[in-house]
Design a protein around this ligand. Structure first.
Ligand code: GTP
Ligand code: K
Ligand code: MG
Length: 370
């Protein structure tokens, strides 16, 4: 075991043996910051030693990218093939897949890229197996499907922990924290709303990272972990859901038990599928679509009725500029103004500019220079 891992283990032990109360909260904050820093170092070291890794850089395409994360042989490749018609190799032995295999799924008008990757194992975040290359791919995804099968449903938490250790935060919004380093003046704190963290805790955590002077702005309540994440940076906030494969191999009772157990553990019920038989695959596709958050935009050419038949499918939060980029290479350059009818504007035919954020069902006209 590397000395970095030993150090992490030691501090984690100490943390476990420290009871939280007002008197220990500073010490606990310091320990957590230490662990986060060491882990960050370990992950960075693992990433560096990996080189780029042949077959691991895949160009993003489509309206969103989904990655299938799971232990070896849970059926990631079989699922990719079922969803996209790709022919990723499948077999009954572990580590059949050794590179990233992309496929394209079309569902409800959206084109969604699905990435099949090698199996993840415990310790992956620290570089075990092909962990480092695999994690680098996962970090770029718009959505993670955590795939288990009916034989390992009790170990989904291991995958979740690996993602966490690799700086991936699933199903939580990015905490609104800004840390601006300054030359002098110590640590100054500004808060919006009630914040449980106090200045002393923040000073202690920053000091662990040798930051003695900074202007800190926190909007909304945050935990010590959130603050440490903001200090270390490079965290990725990605939605995720759990699917359990190979349900064709168990009876109804065992199926219910798995659903109950996972729902209790993660607060969301898993989607039970069979990548072989296609059972519940449509529900899985719907879940992908919903989690990626697509909206429909109806284009209306100047002086003509809107096309209500074939909406443009874009991610929620998309701006007029995003739509321009989708439609034509030089639309942004030639852009004069746009008009919008619908939920994102106060009145019909309202004039908007490129940064305007669109809403589901909006009708949009783009006026360009010739
Ligand atoms: N019964 C059953 N078997 C399945 C199902 N999906 C996959 N399998 C089998 O499980 C084994 C592993 O499938 P793969 O698709 O290779 O699994 P993987 O997760 O890609 O594996 P690695 O690439 O090695 O990590 C193969 O023998 C598949 O035929 C399913 O829904 N039901
Ligand atoms: K396999
Ligand atoms: Mg595979």
């Amino acid at each position: 075991m590397s000395s970095l891992e030993e150090q992490i283990r030691e501090i984690e032990d100490e943390l476990r043996n420290t009871k939280y109360n007002k008197a220990t909260s500073l010490h606990i904050g310091r320990l957590k910051a230490k662990i986060a820093k060491l882990k960050d170092e370990a992950v960075t070291r693992a990433m560096k030693s990996s080189g780029t890794g042949e077959g691991y850089s895949v160009k993003k395409s489509g309206d969103g990218t989904v990655v299938l994360v799971g232990f070896p042989s849970v059926g990631k490749s079989t699922l990719l093939n079922q969803l996209t018609g790709t022919k990723s190799e499948t077999a009954a032995y572990a580590f059949t897949t050794l590179t990233v295999v992309p496929g394209l799924m079309e569902h409800r008008g959206a084109k969604i890229q699905i990435l099949d990757i090698p199996g993840l194992i415990a310790g992956a975040a620290m570089g075990k197996g092909r962990g480092k290359e695999v994690i680098a791919v996962v970090r770029t995804a718009d959505l993670i499907i955590i795939l288990g099968d009916v034989f390992n449903d009790r170990h989904i938490d291991v995958l979740v922990k690996e993602l966490y250790d690799a700086g991936i935060r699933i199903n939580v919004p990015k905490p609104d924290i800004t840390i601006k380093k300054t030359g002098m003046g110590g640590v100054r704190l500004n808060t919006v709303g009630s914040v449980d963290l106090n200045l002393e805790e923040i000073r202690t955590i920053l000091a662990e990272n040798k930051i003695m002077n900074a202007d800190v702005l926190i909007r909304g309540n945050v935990t010590q972990e959130d603050f440490i994440d903001a200090m270390i940076g490079n965290r990725r906030y990605i939605p995720a859901f759990i699917a359990i494969n190979k349900v064709d191999l168990i009876d109804e009772m065992s199926k219910k038990a798995i659903v109950k157990n996972l729902t209790k553990q993660f607060g969301q019920s898993p989607i039970m599928i069979s990548a072989h038989s296609g059972y519940n695959i449509n529900a899985l596709k719907d879940a992908v679509y919903d989690h990626l958050g697509f909206i429909q935009i109806f284009m209306k050419p100047v002086g003509a009725p809107a096309d209500m038949e074939e909406p443009l499918i874009v991610r929620a939060g998309s701006t007029v500029e995003d739509v321009c980029n989708r439609l034509h290479r030089d639309f942004v350059e030639r852009f004069r103004y746009a008009k919008v009818w619908g939920n994102s504007v106060k009145h019909d035919a309202q004039r908007v500019s490129l940064p305007h954020v669109l809403a589901d069902g909006d009708i949009l006209t783009i006026v360009t220079k010739l």
